[in-house]
Every structure is written in structure tokens, then in C-alpha cells.
Design a protein around this ligand. Sequence first.
Ligand code: KIV
Length: 281
Amino acid sequence: MPQPDREKTTVLTLGQKKARGERIAAVTAYDFPTARLASEAGIDLILVGDSLGMVLQGHANTLKVTLDEMVYHTSLVTRAEPRALVVSDLPYGSFHGSVERSVQNACRCLKEGGAEAVKLEGGRKRFPVIQALLDAEVPVLAHLGLTPQSVHALGGFKVQGKLREKAREIFEDALDLEKLGVFAVVLESIPQELGRKISAALRIPCIGIGAGSGCDGQILVFHDLVGFTSLYLPKFVRAYADTRSLWLGALQKYIGDVQGGRFPDAAESYHLGQDIEDFFK
Ligand code: KIV
């Protein structure tokens, strides 16, 4: 049900939702109309994801997305003033150098983009930068499991944590991230048993994508959810509509109407004022 007047979601209210046993529905958005729609639908958290590198820009992975692009897309989303919490994804390379530089980069997402939090991929290797962000009052959404910015290091987009050692590493990272003070964790492409175990062990919300139904919430890429992508889709995606066919059909009808002279008609055209009608006689 649309909730135009609902309370603004914050990092605190998300935690309260988990405490009440209410599940969190999150989605990506990269622009004003999508953010408006997501907010109107009642979405809790909007992620301005670096998945825009694949979904909008057509790249094979997310590595080429720049900080400027993330700030720009975040500003489009926050201009919609969504009731959902807006989280900006820190792109590859923007938090891998010095901690000082990483904090400055993240602050741009809040100061220029208007984000209310940032997400960054990775576990223990990223703890120093996560700690510095939290010290700088930047709320952090962590991201464990399949971290797409590590696509080359991982040897592809592969499910993570199927075996004991990696599963244990992800589990321990999640516990430590909670201790550091992140407000939530995204768990991507891990076995459902591991998703459930982590979600049960943490007080902060665990938002899954390909991590099974035992998580405290779910996130999907908007374009996948509404069936507007022609890209390969992992098995965890559920398309709730086939809008690509709708848009394609509309475009084909338009082409036919233009070619057949049926668009525009008289009602869709402007007309002369009376005093100059004789000029055209
Ligand atoms: O970039 C993104 O959209 C993401 C989500 C899919 C979790 O990281």
C-alpha cells in the first residue's frame, strides 16, 4: 500500500524493525523517478548501487564506476526526497587508498549527494576505513559474501561461503562489523543456511541478495525486479513484472503511428489564433 506520509526511515528505525521482527524491503535506484516510485511503494532503503555500471552504463562489471558518477546519481535520488533511507555505494578505488582520502570521498556522498549513509564492500581488510568512517559520523552499511568489486580476485561472480573456511570468515566478519558499529550488513550470494545463521547471531539487520529467506530483509536491483533488464540474471532474482515488453510494445506502436501518419493528431497539435488565420489561406 502506498505510504506517502509515512515516517522517514533512518538507521535507527531500520534496527527497530529488526527488533520487532519486521522484514526490511530494499531496492536500488539511480534516478529521481525511480526513487519517487520506490518511496511511494513503501520501500525502506534505497541503495544508489554501483550496479549502475552494469545496468545503466552497460559495463561487464562495476569497476569503472567513478565517485563523481555515484555522487551525481545519489543527488538525483535524494532530490526525490524519499521516505526510504538513502545509501550511496562507494565505488571501486574510492576507499582502497589512504583512510583520510577514503573518508573525504565518502563525505562527498553525504555533502554533495545528500546520502544518509554509505555502503562499502569487504570484510576484515576494510575494518580500518570503516572505523574511520564511523568516527567521522558516516553511517556504514557493510557488504559481505560475493563482493562484485572483487570479481577478478574471486575469479568471477561466484557464490561465496559454501565451504567451512570461507563460511567461518564471513560469519566472523559479520560479528566484528556489528561490534565496529555498522548499522546493517548486505549478504550477497551465500548459502541460505549461512544467511540465516548470521542474521540470527546479529542484532543489526542483515539484508540479503541471494542469501536466502532467513535474512532480516531483502534487496534487489530495481531493473531486475520490474523485468526491465536484458542482462543475464542470477537465480536469486525474481522479476515481479515484465515491463521490458510493455516499453518495447509502446515504442513499436509509436514507430508505427509515426510511419503511418497517425501521430500526432489534431488534438495533439497547436492551432493558430483567429487574427492570423487568413495569413495561411
Ligand atoms: O550495487 C548494488 O546494486 C549492490 C546491491 C545489489 C546489493 O551492491
